[in-house]
Design a protein around this ligand. Sequence first.
Ligand code: DX5
Length: 215
Amino acid sequence: MKVEIVPSILSADVGRLTEQVEEAEAAGADRIQVDVMDGHFVPNPTFGPLVVQAVRKATSLPIEAHLMVERPELFLEAFAKAGATLIEVQVEATTSLYRTVQTIKDLGVKAGVAINPATSIEDLREILPYIDLVNVMTVEPGFGGQNFIPHSPEKIRRLRAISADIEIEVDGGIDARTAPLVVAAGASVLVAGNSVYGYKGGVAAGIRAIREALG
Ligand code: DX5
């Protein structure tokens, strides 16, 4: 199973965003994630479509727009037009998840669903056949550099038992210590913010540390 590393720009130096994205691509990142937050669904406003547009200009890598926002259905076209390859919505944030997923796909963009640590994977059972990716949040979303929630690998295993082929992404507290735990449980797409953009040896060393930990 190919494991993909997806630096998220939440911990990047936004004043040097183009350079930081280029560094990640040069270091072998597989995708870039833009952590979109509205300050309501999570207590921290961050980026909008303009930042996805800027990242789109900086790299040819796939871009994931992770919408940690209430009523994400209001913003899907804006992020698709900005250049997102995949749009992730939080299962807790929309009352019409089936329609939201269909709208994303009608825009020609891949559809992902993210679930928070206290949300059951049973809430995904009906939507699984229609989506490209599940993001199992391994922290409570809102901030970079948080601690990995220890029960996450068991939750990933339960999701993998429900679906043998869904792409499982993890997001939050992923580093050289936790990456092997989540990959062994069935995850193959690793979002990494602080362990890449906050790594003392720099972006390339941060990505290398995770890859080496995976062997
Ligand atoms: C939600 C954000 C973060 C970020 C990764 O809080 O989406 O999870 O992507 O953060 P790190 O890798 O710094 O824990």
